[in-house]
Design a protein around this ligand. Structure first.
Ligand SMILES: [Zn+2]
Length: 260
């Protein structure tokens, strides 16, 4: 599932393909920007904040996109195109003078903005453990500001801490032995935030550990509780509980994560 680490890794891939290159075509296949043409502009760089991707172009323009559940990017080399079945889902096509092309597929958000207005799309976000300006104390402060709120919800709120999605918040609550509904005031928030940041950073920077929380890459064993409702807890054998619907489904082990 795309979370902050997914977007971080995506940006590394897109930087290698696009940064410093000039575009021969830059199409945005969304109604709002159908007439936009980025041809002739250079790709200045890629920035991420939480699950948001910002691509900067010469002339002071920034493309803001999100992946949400179904979005993805594919990079093709000169002479290659996307499979025909994917073509109708293309929302962004950035073709460079070298022939390398980046295709944004099924992106739910595609916004072309002035680079000086980037804060209008990411300014509301909390600190991001994958950015150089990560501020752990500020994330803790924001979460602790609503002491009665359920901890899982508070940590997933991108205004408090940007980058943790449903996978990470559920797994981190398990690893801290905290029931997802526990009010923030009953939780050691600094320890939880520190663990979450460390895990997200590790996942983002170690390809072999990407979104693996147990250290076990085998299918069905890579997560402690996510996707394991009705199955035995990997730590204590108690049946893992699931509540709600995908993609916001909550998981916990009633024994490892007591409600009170
Ligand atoms: Zn357990």
């Amino acid at each position: 599932m795309p979370e902050g680490d997914s977007v971080f890794r995506l940006a590394i891939r897109l930087r290698a393909a696009l940064d410093g290159r000039e575009l021969v075509a830059g199409e945005l296949r969304v109604p709002r920007h159908g007439a936009a043409d980025l041809a002739g502009r250079s790709v200045l760089g890629h920035e991420t904040h939480g699950k948001h991707l910002l691509q900067r172009f010469s002339g002071g323009l920034t493309l803001h996109t999100r992946l949400r559940l179904d979005g993805s990017w594919t990079v093709t080399r000169a002479g290659r195109v996307l499979p025909r079945r994917v073509q109708p889902e293309v929302r962004v096509r950035l073709a460079t003078t070298t022939g390398t092309t980046a295709w944004g597929v099924s992106l739910p958000i595609v916004q072309l903005i002035e680079s000086r207005d980037e804060s209008s799309v990411v300014g509301f976000l909390g600190p991001d453990p994958l950015r150089s300006d990560w501020d752990e104390e500020e994330a803790v402060r924001r979460i602790a500001a609503a002491p009665g709120r359920a901890v899982l919800e508070a940590v997933r709120d991108q205004r408090n801490l940007a980058g943790l999605g449903n996978l990470w918040v559920n797994e981190v609550c398990f690893l801290r032995g905290v029931h997802p509904d526990r009010p923030v005031e009953e939780v050691d928030v600094p320890r939880l935030v520190r663990l979450a940041a460390r895990m997200l950073q590790h996942s983002a920077t170690h390809p072999e550990a990407y979104q693996i929380t147990t250290g076990d890459r085998r299918r069905g064993s890579s997560h402690w509780v996510v996707g394991r409702a009705g199955r035995a807890c990997l730590r204590c054998g108690t049946t893992v509980v699931g509540r709600g619907a995908h993609p916001g489904r909550t998981y916990w082990c009633p024994r490892c994560q007591p409600a009170a």
